[in-house]
Design a protein around this ligand. Structure first.
Ligand code: PAF
Length: 285
């Protein structure tokens, strides 16, 4: 695996791979790699013969009171994990390379970034789309793989790709979970032991809603209550939202006529860790 830290070198290398006929896949990450990220690399390997994983803790997607400084940085372990998962190029630029002095340009997708997570993180998605477009410009990948846990992020990036004619196909890989159902996240390490013990209630709540949906329930308020009631079993879980929305427009639905995204964000009360999770109701697998 080649490790590249310079933007210019990454542009040249990607160009050389492309002109040699390689299909390039990009897996953008902020590092602190876990099995979820590695599963995205394996999807990348199915679609491309050159896989690039970026490891960049992107400052612009963190709000002023968020965890940018304490976000886990585990570069050496990330390199080992990426290499053993078959990554060809690991791109880890410094902040000054990604945001050159005097930078003034950002990319924002309106509307769909303002609800769900965007309601409490008003600048988050602008940071995400800005850095993802930068990565697309640098690597020019044929495909890019994102995780389904960040469902709103995937929807926003797909919108940007269509709107800005990015010649990159976006693939969304399934959520990877711990044995007890907790969705893997680099932030799970912040949880206190008591929070970690009750965090699987979030996934169990989603499962309860899935079971009701499978039994014919289509009213969003009933399905949302199924999630909220499960989470209410622990006072350590403070749901920020439980929403049922159209997967493309992220508009709230009161009645599900075909498929829908059921998404939840919670604040864990001891560590203030924010966890998100979701499931697609009625989606064709
Ligand atoms: O999902 C993430 O880890 C980040 O939001 C991403 C897509 C790598 C952009 O920084």
């Amino acid at each position: 695996m080649k490790i590249v830290t310079s933007v210019v070198e990454m542009i040249d290398l990607a160009r050389t791979c492309r002109s040699g006929g390689s299909i390039l896949a990009l897996v953008p990450t902020m590092g602190a790699l876990h099995r979820g990220h590695l599963s995205l690399l394996s999807i990348a390997g199915e679609h491309a013969d050159c896989t690039v994983m970026s490891v960049f803790v992107n400052p612009t997607q963190f709000g002023p009171d968020e965890d940018y400084l304490k976000y886990p940085r585990t570069f050496d372990a990330d390199c080992r994990a990426a290499e053993s998962a078959g990554c060809d190029i690991l791109f880890a630029p410094p902040v000054e390379e990604m945001y050159p002095p005097g930078h003034r340009t950002s990319v924002s997708v309106s509307g769909i970034t303002e609800r769900l997570c965007g309601a409490s993180r008003p600048t988050h998605f602008r940071g995400v789309t800005t850095v993802v477009l930068k990565l697309f410009n640098i690597v020019n990948p044929h495909v890019a793989i994102f995780g389904a846990k960040d469902a709103q992020q995937a929807t926003v990036i797909k919108r940007m790709v269509v709107d800005l004619h990015c010649p990159t196909r976006v693939i969304v890989g399934p959520i990877v979970r711990e044995d007890d159902g907790l969705a893997l996240s680099s932030r799970n390490g912040y949880l206190t032991p008591a929070e970690r013990a009750v965090a699987p209630l979030i996934h169990r709540g989603l499962g309860n809603a899935e079971a009701l949906f499978a039994g014919g329930e289509r009213h969003a308020d009933v399905l949302r209550d199924a999630v909220r009631n499960e989470c209410a079993q622990s006072e350590l879980i403070d749901p920020e939202y439980v929403e049922i929305v159209d997967q493309l427009t992220l508009e709230p639905l009161s009645l599900i006529t075909s498929s829908a995204l059921l998404a939840i964000a919670c604040r864990m009360k001891e560590s203030a860790t924010r966890l998100i999770d979701n499931t697609l109701l009625g989606a064709v697998p």
